[in-house]
Ligand binder design. Structure first.
Ligand SMILES: O=C(O)[C@H]1O[C@@H](Oc2ccc([N+](=O)[O-])cc2)[C@H](O)[C@@H](O)[C@@H]1O
Length: 564
């Protein structure tokens, strides 16, 4: 599926603004995109179902077009009604879905209603803490009982679009540059295009930069390859994008693509054949009042801060972010580890039905993000209960699902397991291309003892490498610091403690030649469910929730300025 695009052949209406929300039979205004939890205090902990309502207007000449509704994301379960008729439903947050409403849209006024429910589910998504507890002990007893460490926001969190195109149209585009040869500046760009039945037999033009190919479609798929001598590759220092434009007789679609290769061996990750070390963060897409609503100024600010601090990457923990994050990463030269909305997976997920849902989520994430040069890795889950015997088959299947979709990028699972204590032995990590682990030495264990924590970390990491013989990516480590709290000698929760722990951990890990990256948890403070560990926010941010630097931000900026 291609996302809706405004161009010379396609029109879109963007249904953002003030909708109405029906709560217990009463209507109130509600902003879309956004989460209801922060717009109304009395809805902070409500799960719905609530009915969102808006109207849109369609001129006569557009009403006969191919028309689809594109929901960039709704959290979480929803039913979609157009003029009173149910036209679609969706059951996972953070991923787009389309509803084909061709022939169902009236000239003039149309009413769109979306019934949204955001219920935590044991063994489902979003994951609820099981009554018997969970592998992530920290979440037991939290309110709301989310089996993860961020606030479970509900609502239409991303834009809703109505797209009008011709019936003979482009349905999907796949771009593969993995066989390019960067050292020879030889770009090999394979392009596969899917068109609708109505477009079969039409002439198609494919333009890549200055190059152009004309073909006649003989079935629904077209495959072509562009060979570019002296190609300008997509590098972090020069994230060059080529416009790829596909034209049919009465449809067109443009993608900005980057020519680059990703590879890996036993010790390193390579971008265009050169080793790359990942410096950056796990983060969240959330903000005061907005909840998890798409908010463009925040994206610009965050990219500006990533550049300021000399980071080169981030992980979309713990769900795919709004698509514009990836557009910006492509354009600005920031690498992205794209994570499925699979956080808080427990033994209650390990059954065929849930596995099928998870596989589908992974397919949908890869389908959405496959053409972004910035995306260099797929993460199938964060901190699942992967020391449980049933995790093995479940995650092996998720790995294979991702690989069937995309052989060009490494596929990983982020584990909190496989530490020296045998009870944490991970049964699934062995299937993945790169060993990704979250480690909190000097925080949850060895509290207040940075040096002892570092020794334990070193032993842990050496054992991990000896067992797996694969590159290791430390995807999380860090400490809470409440902005403005200072203490000498450094105490937990002071800015000094966070700065010292983060700096010493990075310096230690830099000495191991099989470590491919260190991502600090987290980019900025963020809101969590209520529990004794969290004074309203998780305070592990390097920046405050409103994006001001803590002491550690200045330390990282210097540490990361060496260009490696
Ligand atoms: O805790 C954190 O700050 C972060 O760490 C990770 O979750 C943990 C929770 C509890 C424990 N523990 O009790 O040992 C270890 C890890 C998560 O990936 C992340 O979402 C969370 O915000």
């Amino acid at each position: 599926m291609l996302r809706s695009q405004r161009n010379a052949r396609r029109q879109i209406q963007v249904l953002i603004g003030i909708w109405s929300l029906e709560v217990n039979g009463e209507e109130r205004p509600i902003a879309v995109p956004g989460s209801w939890n922060e717009q109304y205090q009395d809805l902070c902990y409500e799960k719905g179902p609530f009915t969102y309502k808006t109207t849109f207007y369609v001129p006569e000449e557009l009403s006969q077009k191919h028309i689809r509704l594109y929901f960039a994301a709704v959290n979480t379960d929803c039913d979609v009604f157009l003029n009173g008729e149910k036209v679609g439903e969706n059951h996972i947050g953070y991923l787009p879905f389309e509803v084909d409403v061709t022939g169902k849209v009236k000239p003039g006024e149309n009413e769109l209603r979306v019934v949204v429910e955001n219920r935590l589910k044991v063994g489902g998504f979003p994951s609820k803490v099981p009554d018997s507890g969970t592998h992530t002990v920290g979440f037991f007893g939290s309110f709301p009982p989310a089996n993860f460490d961020f606030f479970p926001y509900g609502g239409i969190i991303r834009p809703v679009l109505v797209e009008f195109s011709n019936h003979a149209r482009i349905l999907d585009i796949w771009v593969d540059t993995s066989e390019s040869e960067p050292e020879k500046k030889l770009g090999k760009v394979k392009v596969k295009i899917e068109v609708s039945e109505e477009a079969v037999g039409q002439e198609m033009t494919i333009k890549l930069g200055e190059a152009e190919k004309k073909v006649r479609t003989s079935d629904r798929f077209v495959e072509e390859e562009f060979i570019l001598e002296n190609a300008r590759f997509w590098y972090l220092e020069d994230p060059y994008l080529y416009p790829l434009k596909v034209e049919l007789e009465r449809d067109e679609y443009t993608l900005d693509i980057g020519i680059r290769t990703i590879s890996w061996d036993e010790k390193k990750l390579y971008l265009n054949g050169k080793p790359v070390f990942l410096k950056g963060f796990g983060k969240h897409e959330e903000f005061p009042v907005l909840g998890q609503g798409t908010f463009y100024p925040l994206m610009i600010k965050d990219f500006n801060l990533l550049k300021w601090i000399n980071a080169n990457s981030f992980r979309t923990s713990h769900y795919p972010y709004s698509e514009e994050w990836l557009d910006l990463a492509d354009r600005l030269g920031i690498l992205v580890i794209d994570e499925a909305p699979h956080v808080g997976i427990t033994r209650y997920h390990y059954n065929p039905e849930t596995q099928k849902i998870a596989e589908d989520n992974i397919r949908r994430m890869i389908d959405r993000d496959k053409n972004h040069p910035s995306v260099i890795m797929w993460s199938v889950a964060n901190e699942p209960e992967s020391n449980h015997p049933d995790a093995e088959g479940f995650f092996k299947a998720l790995y294979e699902t991702a690989k069937e979709m995309d052989r060009t990028r490494p596929v990983v699972m982020v584990s909190m397991m496989d530490a020296p204590d045998k009870r944490t032995r991970d049964v699934a990590l062995k299937y993945f291309d790169i060993v990704c682990v979250n480690r909190y030495y000097g925080w949850y264990i060895y509290q207040g003892r940075i040096e002892e924590g570092l020794q334990a970390l070193e032993k842990d990491i050496e054992e991990l490498y000896a067992r797996h013989r694969k590159p290791i990516f430390v995807t999380e480590f860090g400490a809470d610091a409440i902005a403005g709290i200072h203490y000498d000698p450094p105490q937990m929760f002071s800015e000094e403690y966070q700065a010292e722990l983060v700096e010493k951990t990075i310096r230690l890990l830099l000495k191991k030649d099989y470590i491919i990256g260190t991502h600090v948890w987290a980019f900025a403070d963020f809101k969590t469910p209520q529990n004794v560990r969290r004074p309203i926010l998780n305070h592990k941010g390097v920046f405050t929730r409103d994006r001001q630097p803590k002491l550690v931000a200045h330390v990282l900026r210097r540490l990361w300025s060496d260009g490696d």
